[in-house]
Design a protein around this ligand. Structure first.
Ligand SMILES: N[C@@H](CCC(=O)N[C@@H](CS)C(=O)NCC(=O)O)C(=O)O
Length: 307
């Protein structure tokens, strides 16, 4: 905690002096909303119509949206899993409120795993601190440290897509086990990671933050994001969510689509995408996830374009 406290006071340590221990937050938000979510899930989820793996498969084969949580199994299994997850040690979330950070906060709020927030102030450059690089060698948020990882041992993970997959496997939620649906989910998750995120990030940067306006870059990335929005809108024309049911693929995309104006896009052009966006923002778990750490953000973030 001492390290981050120093950072928060604007006294960043140099790499050479940083201690060999995990980065320390200025604040920690123990179990933000997660326990509540879990409680609600235990009750409400049982009332939802069940879809077995076979039913889900048949629906998917017909291209029908499958709204059930496929990882859930029976109500008893869900209750047992809920109780087990609740009893695990909270996952440490190395975080700042940005489109990639929100993926993790939304997933945790949606699936109800307990967590503790460890802010990494990217406005002050804490992502470059030696301690943080031990968890996240690429020097970017988000990262997690699960003290109760496989075999009961701690596990650190960086890259938001890998984190979503891990949390999906750990919680048994929003990452379908059915192989076809899993492939659908992964295609759209990887599409977000390799295309939507990087291109939207560049569009945001060159449109809003580049010290000089470079028309070629603005045009190139704005057009590419427009193309990607068309791809996503086409996909959503006949289903509620990218894979059919709500999955980690949707969670990965929402923070980027929310920023459409900064990318020079209008959702009016893409009715199916607009409807998906509204469906996403209507989910209480998504709302809670997007609110996590909102108070952390300073005025410098957008100015530096660290999105
Ligand atoms: N591919 C990485 C990208 C992570 C990323 O770019 N994070 C941004 C915040 S959204 C960051 O840490 N920026 C700090 C910087 O630019 O120095 C992931 O998805 O986890």
């Amino acid at each position: 905690m001492a390290r981050a406290a120093a950072s928060s006071a604007g006294k960043r340590k140099s790499r050479s002096t940083a201690a060999a221990k995990p980065p320390r937050p200025t604040k920690s938000h123990e179990g933000t909303g997660a326990a509540l979510t879990l409680k609600a899930a235990g009750k409400k989820k049982q009332a939802e119509p069940k879809k077995t793996g076979a039913a889900a498969k048949a629906a998917a084969a017909k291209g029908v949206a499958v709204k059930a949580d496929l990882g859930k199994g029976t109500a008893t299994a869900a209750r047992e899993r809920g109780a087990k997850l609740k009893s695990t040690k909270p996952i440490e979330v190395y975080y700042w409120p940005t489109p990639n950070g929100w993926k993790v906060s939304i997933m945790l709020e949606e699936c109800g795993l307990p967590y503790v927030l460890k802010p990494v102030n990217i406005e002050r450059g804490e992502q470059d601190d030696a301690d943080f690089l031990k968890l996240s060698p690429n020097g970017r948020i988000p990262a997690i440290l699960d003290p109760a990882g496989p075999g009961g041992k701690a596990l650190a993970i960086f890259e938001s897509g890998a984190i979503l997959q891990y949390l999906g496997r750990k919680s048994g939620r929003f990452y379908p086990k059915d192989e076809r649906l899993r492939c659908e989910t992964e295609q759209w998750l990887f599409w977000q990671m390799s295309s939507l995120g990087p291109m939207a990030g560049q569009a945001q940067h060159f449109r809003n933050f580049a010290p000089e306006k470079i028309a070629y870059a603005v045009e190139r990335y704005t057009h590419e994001v427009h193309r990607l929005y068309s791809v996503m809108a086409r996909r959503l024309q006949d289903r509620d969510f990218l894979a059919g049911p709500f999955t980690i693929a949707d969670i990965a995309c929402v923070g980027w689509i929310m920023r459409h104006q900064m990318q020079g896009q209008s959702l009016e052009e893409f009715p199916a995408l607009k409807a998906w966006h509204a469906r996403m923002l209507a989910r209480p778990g998504v709302q809670r996830g997007l609110a996590v750490g909102a108070d952390l953000r300073g005025v410098n973030l957008d100015a530096r374009g660290r999105l």
